[in-house]
Design a protein around this ligand. Sequence first.
Ligand code: CP
Length: 323
Amino acid sequence: MSDNATAMKKHLLSINDLTREDALLILDTADELARVSDAPIKKLPTLRGRTVVNLFYEDSTRTRISFEAAAKRLSADVINFSAKGSSVSKGESLKDTALTLQSMGADAVILRHGASGAAHRLAQWTNGVVINAGDGTHEHPTQALLDAFTIRKHLKRSSGNATGVGEDLSGLRISIVGDILHSRVARSNVLLLHLLGAKITLVAPPTLLPVGVEEWPVEICYDFNEAIEDCDAVMMLRLQLERMKSAFFPSAREYSRLFGLDRERLLHARKKPLILHPGPINRGLEISAESADAVESVILEQVANGVSVRMAVLYLLLGGAHE
Ligand code: CP
């Protein structure tokens, strides 16, 4: 396993915390650790004696369980904290909650929070490593890393090639489609895919694009049929109806017709693009059931790869390489 762990920053709050080399190191380490997930006994002693806290103020299925599985496969102790049913309901602040958990010996805190910037604040208050598991509409860096890992596995060589360093995503065309405005997954993916050399197209109605998107390293396209023609991978985003306080499109039916992925739309694709979705899926809204379950779909593989990628992040940030 690589011994470059010290080069990385202490926390993973944003993809901006990573250099291209850091990102490739995480993907290559995840590649090696994926073998543990495939072995009959899925355990390494690397983080024995370390305590990892899952501090989740927003609901999660994939990210929380995936971090828990990743930490346990590295033999760390895991404490799961959900704001629901805790003293948060009595008014306890994020800072006091975090300091309480630190007093219980947390070496790393994995935070999901509804407020953009919450993970950055937490990193100022605690001594341990902080990993952002999604903060408001800001970022979700480990989701982007597992997406890049999945794309690379299918479309590029990963580690084990002649140079010993996995390839980046240069030359790939990737479309990110849907509710960009509310998507922390889109923000992290734009940063990471750009860092790794991919060409990114955002496809969305103008109302679901954020202010200032012209400054992002992307092309914008309002016509999904045109964007899908020449792309290698298409990343569908969930319509985040819970974050929408007003109407962003005339009707769900019209949104689906113009920006949903279905079999008919896939016929416009010259290549057979990989189909990704971070989940949870609104079947029949941004993606048809047929497309979600198509042979080109790697949605469940993304979930499996999430464990290996999060193992790599924990391993590198908690200094597993030095043990
Ligand atoms: N992709 C993702 O973050 O899913 P969860 O909300 O279930 O964690």
